[in-house]
Write a protein that binds this ligand. Structure first.
Ligand code: HEC
Length: 304
């Protein structure tokens, strides 16, 4: 009994937490969302209701047992043979299956005979037909509610509301914390000395092992020349730093380095251009010629 209880609590907890999370992406807004506390309360009520039901069921079981014992004793005292009544569950089982007892099988035997193999004319178990009619009723209700009266949102509508909600959340997040949403579409050219110094620190501690301290290249390509495998604009560099290059040693740094630090290190890389360090690696990739518009990043995206 205790183990069942523990199991139920865990299941309810898991279901509840996953529902809570689905409703509260992105992660940083968990706790701000009024739905989260709603789910917690509903989950809690659910657990309490299940516990009460289980206790009630257990009490009923005990009561049943005591009544049975008492009846048994009484019939023994009165000298009547005690015959146990079928329980509610066995009644339900028999009703929902409607088995024909073995003795009555000959009544439903069909008269054909295939080399001794004969066939019974059993009808479908009532639980099955019930379920079947249930699906028809469900389909009709579904059609009415989702497609005719439009009372309930269709999957597409649900998807659209969720997207709208997410966009709304993203807008709020953007407004409250502009640093968190630097990406390759809005990464900026930074010339501020502090930012570049910060970029250098990041470069020396995270990138120098592969690109060398001076950016001359080792495992990773030379970052000081005009040749780039993935484009040399700030957007291109930021994108490679953020997402990495799959299948190479260049990992995605998103999650390890904050977006503003990725912006700083990308800008620091730009300052290395033309520094011509000694014994630098041979140029790799294509000659990158800066254009007026940053739209060349789209061309490179295709080659990624
Ligand atoms: C474990 C080795 C390794 C580390 C550490 C590493 N890189 Fe790289 N990086 C590479 C390799 C290898 C490539 C070439 C990928 C390819 O072949 O496309 C690369 C490519 C790049 C490119 C694109 C170069 C081009 O020619 O287009 C940039 C920019 C870059 N890395 C920046 C960084 C930055 C910034 C860091 C630190 C945050 C870093 N890398 C850390 C191995 C590394």
């Amino acid at each position: 009994m205790k183990r069942i209880l523990l199991f139920l609590i865990t299941v309810v907890g898991l279901v509840n937490s996953s529902m809570g999370q689905a409703a509260t992406t992105p992660a940083s807004s968990i706790g701000n969302d009024p739905m989260t506390s709603f789910y917690i309360v509903v989950g809690f009520l659910f657990v309490v209701v299940i516990l009460v039901l289980l206790v009630a069921l257990y009490m009923l079981q005990v009561l049943n047992y005591m009544v049975k014992q008492a009846t048994k004793e009484r019939s023994e005292r009165l000298g009547i043979a005690y015959k146990e009544e079928p329980s509610f569950w066995s009644n339900l089982w028999n009703k929902s299956n409607d088995f024909i007892p073995l003795e009555k099988e000959k009544d439903i035997m069909l008269d054909h005979n295939y080399d001794g193999i004969r066939e019974l004319d059993n009808h479908l178990p009532p639980w099955w037909t019930g379920l079947f009619y249930g699906t028809i009723v469900f389909a009709v209700l579904y059609l009415v509610f989702y497609h005719v009266s439009d009372t309930l949102p269709s999957q597409l509508q649900e998807y659209e509301t969720q997207v709208a909600q997410a966009e709304d959340q993203a807008r709020k997040l953007k407004a409250s914390n502009p640093v968190a949403i630097i990406d390759e579409t809005n990464v900026a050219i930074v010339t501020d000395a502090n930012a570049l110094a910060d970029g250098k620190t990041t470069f020396l501690s995270n990138c120098a092992s592969c690109h060398r301290k001076d950016g001359g290249g080792d495992i990773g390509p030379n970052l000081t020349d005009d040749y780039w495998k993935h484009g040399g604009s700030i957007q291109d560099i930021f994108r490679v730093v953020r997402h990495g290059v799959q299948g190479t040693n260049m990992i995605a740094w998103e999650g390890f380095i904050s977006p503003d630090k990725m912006q700083n290190v990308s800008n620091y890389i730009l300052t290395l251009k033309g520094s011509n360090p000694e014994n630098a690696k041979k140029p790799e990739g294509d000659l990158y010629v800066p254009k007026e518009t940053p739209s060349d990043s789209t061309k490179v995206q295709a080659s990624l």
